[in-house]
Design a binder for this molecule. Structure first.
Ligand SMILES: *Cc1c(COP(=O)(O)O)cnc(C)c1O
Length: 309
């Protein structure tokens, strides 16, 4: 992509990758039925089933806040609670969307090193109260890769699944950077989700090279009952669904989803390496995917801002 300006602030500053764009253009050449009853949507959903090696339910929505909020709402009654890390996007960056769409399910936040939900801290929250006055814990929500650029390893996911089983909880995964976690662990998408006990995955297309669009995968199909009504009511049913589905197909069919993630991880590793050579800079978290968090001297921050066009 020709570009005069490269920004490192976030992965959603980038444009659309050629594969996603190419499939979007192909999907533009014919008229097809609306609201997802089209061959592009069918093929994209089937590609997800093939990639994840399971006959899951697949839905497409516009963005991550909707994907997280609506999928959590489908796992909870209004009197339930969702256990998540204190830095979780659903807690800090979704404007109360999960609570709103679930009619009040409460988020309970736990500590944990390197942005990961710690099983012991989570258990403390779950067992803190068992009386009727406390919102009943129902879901563990994990972000993979995490908000600070670390990755839950398979064994860590299993430990959380064990905890979830003990208290009959569902597991929701915010996969804003799921592809980057796959590239980092080199595990199969199946292994890093349903084989580790994840019930629902929100797989982000926007941060992987699309212009718009997320996929929601319900590995436990029963949890997806009436989900399409939820999407419609929330204003998340795209009438020209093919323009979300076709770019997804482009990413999946060509393997660009993984190539893009590998490239992003490699570039972040490069940035990390260069930054580490500078004595005044401190790395805040282990870099495992495509995010690098550093402590910069105030002067350096001011100079960097001043150098922007
Ligand atoms: C970007 C992101 C999302 C999705 O954000 P939207 O702006 O709603 O698309 C969700 N979770 C995490 C961790 C993210 O970084």
């Amino acid at each position: 992509m020709a570009s005069n300006s490269v920004q490192f602030a976030s992965d959603n500053y980038s444009g659309i990758c050629p594969e996603a764009l190419e499939y979007m253009l192909r999907a533009n050449s014919d008229d097809v039925p609306a609201y997802g009853d089209d061959p592009w949507t069918q093929r994209a959903a089937d590609q997800f089933r093939e990639l994840f090696e399971i006959d899951c339910e697949v839905f497409f929505v516009f963005n991550g806040t909707a994907a997280n909020s609506l999928s959590l709402a489908s796992l909870c009654q209004s009197y339930h609670s969702v256990i998540c890390h204190e830095l979780a996007h659903i807690e800090t960056d979704e404007c109360g969307g999960p609570e709103f769409f679930s009619n009040g399910s409460k988020l309970l936040v736990a500590h944990g090193e390197h942005g990961k939900l710690n099983p012991m801290a989570a258990e403390q929250l779950i067992t803190k109260r068992t009386d009727i006055h406390y919102p009943k814990p129902k879901v563990l929500s994990l972000t993979q890769a995490t908000e600070v650029g670390t990755v839950y390893q398979f064994e860590e996911l299993l430990a959380l699944r064990e905890l979830a089983d003990k208290y009959k909880l569902k597991i929701h995964m915010d996969g804003a950077r799921f592809a980057n976690a796959i590239a980092s662990t080199q595990l199969s998408p199946a292994k890093l989700t349903w084989k580790a006990g994840v019930d629902v995955l929100c797989f982000c297309g926007t941060k992987n090279g699309m212009g718009i669009g997320e996929a929601i995968l319900f590995f436990d199909r029963a949890l997806a009952d009436d989900f399409s009504y939820r999407c419609k009511q929330a204003g998340q049913l795209a009438s020209k669904m093919r323009f979300i589905a076709a770019p997804w197909l482009g990413l999946l069919e060509t393997g660009a989803w993984l190539r893009n993630a590998e490239h992003a991880n490699r570039m972040a590793a490069h940035l990390e390496e260069q930054l580490q050579a500078l004595p005044a800079i401190q790395l805040l978290f282990p870099r495992e995917v495509n995010s690098v968090f550093v402590q910069l001297p105030e002067r350096a921050i001011a100079q960097l801002h001043a150098s922007l066009p």
